[in-house]
Design a protein around this ligand. Structure first.
Ligand SMILES: Nc1ncnc2c1ncn2[C@@H]1O[C@H](COP(=O)(O)OP(=O)(O)OP(=O)(O)O)[C@@H](O)[C@H]1O
Ligand SMILES: [Mg+2]
Length: 312
């Protein structure tokens, strides 16, 4: 099923949480909603889930507008909220029975769904223990399991890996990949670039409640003016003449010198790097160390917002 956010807007008093957000989540794909703290991710998710009514714009599921009341269209949605909501002192299995009951599941079908979500989230051996005895990662996995009981075609996950150990994080990624492989549409919010790079087929970058970019990782890298980088350390800082020559080489887009470290940006490192090295060697500068790195989402974010996601 397709989930469409169409020009969503939401204010809280004088604060505009979401100013203009539109995107489409499609079956079989993970859409990453990436933005810093306060960007409007959770408010967007809450509108997508039909919990918060937009001031303007609407959410549609396969063309049907989602209401905020007891709308049957909501059955297609599963929501994993940023704040974990569990019955802390009841065994995991009873948590699942409780949440399944809210979706009208009972008896054998419920038991079979519980077995299946416990398996999917790798919690089958801990079903008898209460979440109060779980690690952060296990609690998060149980929270996800609860949202999957009614087999939603669309799953909304709000920062599901915050406070989660690496093992649980990988288990969560595996679960997400299985769900996408089954043809479900997923919306995944995070402020971790690496997660988006690894998991998401499509990336929507939001900041101050507005969509700044909406594309695949490859598309974002191609459309923003970000470059691959070569970093060279020399015994002596290259002089002005050498630097001018490097800056003028074909394919070199930018150079920066910090002490004896020269960084060179280029669209194609394979062709630019040998030219840079040759030119500096010809000028008598001896390279001590050389590293290169491809442009990444961090560079895209910096180019779009003028700051890094980590400082926000
Ligand atoms: N119920 C509310 N009442 C008042 N302001 C709110 C409310 N909910 C959100 N806001 C404000 O709206 C803005 C967006 O908040 P939101 O929670 O959607 O951001 P977020 O991207 O999810 O951030 P985080 O990464 O910290 O979870 C913030 O400035 C926040 O303070
Ligand atoms: Mg949030």
């Amino acid at each position: 099923m397709h989930l469409v956010a169409d020009r969503l807007e939401k204010k809280f008093g004088a604060i505009t949480a979401v100013a203009d957000v539109s995107f489409t989540a499609v079956p079989g794909q993970v859409l990453g909603l990436l933005g810093p703290n306060g960007a409007g991710k959770s408010t967007t998710i809450s509108m997508l889930a039909g919990l918060t009514k937009p001031d303007s714009g609407c959410v549609t599921i396969d063309g049907v507008t989602l209401g905020t009341g007891a709308d049957p269209t909501k059955r297609h949605l599963g929501l994993v909220t940023q704040e974990i909501a569990l019955l802390e002192e009841l065994p995991a299995r009873m948590n699942l029975e409780f949440f399944g009951g809210l979706y009208g599941l009972r008896g054998r079908p419920l038991a079979s769904r519980i077995a299946s979500v416990l398996e999917l989230t790798s919690l089958a051996d801990r079903a008898g223990d209460p979440p109060s005895q779980f690690s952060g990662g296990m609690r998060r996995r149980l929270n996800i399991a609860c949202a999957l009981l009614h087999e939603p075609q669309i799953l909304l996950l709000d920062e599901p890996t915050v406070g989660v150990d690496p093992q649980s994080r990988n288990a969560i990624f595996d679960t997400i990949e299985v769900l996408a492989g089954e043809g479900r549409a997923l919306v995944y919010t995070t402020h971790y670039m690496e997660e988006v790079e690894r998991l998401c087929d499509r990336i929507v970058i939001i900041d101050h409640g507005k969509v700044l970019a909406d594309d695949s990782l490859a598309g974002l890298l191609a459309s923003t003016a970000v470059s691959n980088k070569l970093t060279l350390k020399y015994d002596l800082p290259p002089d002005g003449v050498a630097l001018t020559e490097i800056a003028q080489l074909a394919g070199v887009t930018q150079i920066d010198l910090a002490g004896t470290e020269l960084s060179v940006s280029a669209a194609d490192l394979g062709t630019a790097a040998p030219r840079v090295l040759e030119r500096l060697a010809a000028r008598g500068f001896s390279c001590q160390e050389l590293t290169s790195r491809r442009a990444n989402l961090e560079d895209v974010f910096l180019s779009l917002t003028g700051r890094t996601l980590r400082d926000t």
